[in-house]
Design a protein around this ligand. Structure first.
Ligand code: SF4
Ligand code: SF4
Length: 467
């Protein structure tokens, strides 16, 4: 099988050996969970519960504050009492509203669940299927948190030719996707068949890095057994970072390029992470909302690296020691996510979220804590950017407060892969600046929209008075 790839990028030490091939260990339901109300990319949610309410595992507890497609509900992951709703630090290091649930005596009983009724994805209507995916709270589990029901419903006129299952898992340390494919290949293939039915696309490709070649027979067997209509194939890509980025995977698997400022659908593709596809299959077959998350716990300060499944909202500090034994003497940095795209967090009181693919406990040897130096204009960041952007110029523009120049240099095309920061000899925190720059840009756009809305309202009022 020919191995595909994209141009540029990095050849990184994969550091997956500690958890590769390990089964997923199920964490028992914890005594409390802290569930962020907003875990998706889009408009904010509001709580549907109040302190004192009793909730059951699987019950919807927050949903869109205003009607609109860019919201995704969240659900209780344990049965118990809502203790409080308060701001807590989340995996992105920002404070946000969270629902704190404490297990009551009945918690832990699997019977006390509040799942949706099962739904046959192959006989229900497209609208019913999209509504099911939304109601189950499913978002992209590979990192971005984009609502899946929106991604699977492209606007009229956008022709989609390929559905791509992203199993590349190019981040060092992480083996969650590998474990999901190994343990649930039937649900992966079923999830793919469901999204093929919803979108009407008859060609799907499961893309993996070539370090997972051993999984191909497993998947191909399930494709044969499933007998779903359409063409589902598996293709290998080179083990190269950031191969799992949507744009890179599309180029490697289809030869197509996502245009600047565009989305995968502009290249005729929809990409879904393999874990997301499994969650979609479970939302139909079990009626199960997205309340548990598979993740890798690893790093040099993790005594027994492993893959685990934990209820969403479980604090790192509440994970039992059998599942994450931290070597506090060696620990220098805690990352939620992988070492390239994850966030360093200041405390262990951080909840696992829908898009938490791993928790990496790093030693001094695995990370660098050096102070930043001045830019020496070596252009390494430019040469290694897989999106062919100019990180050094973006950085200068942001430091000068010139958001428009940063956008011209490619800010909004940056996939935040962190390659530029990794190769920078001056240890300049480039990707961190780009994340903040994007937040500032979005805040500015929101202000401009609010101002325009207010001006339109004033004009409409004046027109009414004039009449
Ligand atoms: S500019 Fe963005 S896309 Fe390019 S290497 Fe840096 S983080 Fe990755
Ligand atoms: S890699 Fe670092 S030092 Fe070199 S040009 Fe880019 S920002 Fe400057």
């Amino acid at each position: 099988m020919a191995v595909k790839t994209f141009k540029r990028g990095l050849s990184l030490p994969t550091r997956k050996h500690a958890t590769e091939g390990k089964a997923v260990d199920i964490v028992p339901l914890p005594k409390q969970v802290v569930i962020p109300i907003n875990q998706h990319f889009g408009a904010p949610n509001k709580s549907l519960v109040a302190p004192g309410d009793r909730v059951r595992r699987g019950q919807k507890i927050a949903d869109g504050a205003n009607p609109g497609p860019m919201t995704t509900p969240v659900h209780a992951s344990i049965t118990g009492i809502v203790k409080k709703i308060e701001n807590r630090t989340q995996t992105n290091n920002l404070d946000g509203p969270c629902i704190v649930i404490e297990a009551d005596t009945a918690s832990g009983a699997e019977a006390e669940i509040d799942f949706l009724p099962p739904l046959d994805p192959f006989t229900c209507t497209r609208e019913e299927a999209l509504a099911r995916i939304r109601e189950a709270g499913i978002i992209g589990m590979g990192g971005a948190g984009f609502p899946s029901h929106v991604k699977l419903n492209p606007p009229p006129g956008k022709k989609i030719d390929f559905l791509i299952a992203d199993g590349a898992e190019c981040e060092p340390y992480l083996t969650t996707d590998e474990a999901v494919i190994t343990e649930k290949p039937h649900l992966l293939v079923k999830g793919l068949a469901i999204v093929m039915k919803i979108t009407g696309v008859n060609r799907a490709i499961i893309g993996m890095e070539d370090n997972k070649a051993g999984l191909i027979p497993l998947i191909e067997r399930e494709v044969r057994i499933g007998g779903y209509p359409g063409d589902i194939s598996v293709r290998l890509c080179k083990t190269r970072y950031p191969q799992g980025g949507e744009k890179m995977l599309i180029t490697a698997l289809t030869g197509r390029e996502v245009p600047s400022g565009g989305l995968p659908m502009d290249a005729g593709c929809i990409v879904q992470n393999v874990g997301t596809l499994v969650a979609i299959a479970e939302a139909f077959t079990l009626g199960k909302p997205l309340i548990d998350r598979d993740l890798t716990v690893s790093g040099g300060a993790c005594k027994f690296p492993r893959n685990i499944r934990a209820p969403i909202g479980t604090l790192l500090s509440d994970l039992p020691v059998e599942f994450i034994d931290i070597d506090h003497d060696k620990l220098r940095k805690i990352l939620f996510g992988g070492p390239m795209m994850g966030n360093a967090v200041p405390t262990t009181a951080i909840p696992i979220q829908k898009n938490t693919s791993g928790i990496i406990l790093m030693t001094a040897e695995e990370t660098y804590m050096d102070a930043e130096g001045p830019c020496i204009r070596c252009a390494r960041c430019i040469r290694n950017c897989a999106c062919r952007l100019s990180p050094a110029i973006m950085k200068e523009a942001l430091e000068a407060g010139d958001l428009d120049e940063a956008v011209r240099a490619g800010l909004m095309d940056c996939i935040e892969c962190g390659s530029c920061s990794y190769v920078c000899p001056a240890r300049i925190k480039l990707v961190q600046r780009f994340r903040i720059g994007k937040q500032r840009l979005r805040a500015r756009q929101a202000q401009e929209q609010a101002r325009k809305k207010a001006a339109d309202a004033r004009a409409a009022q004046a027109e009414t008075v004039r009449k």
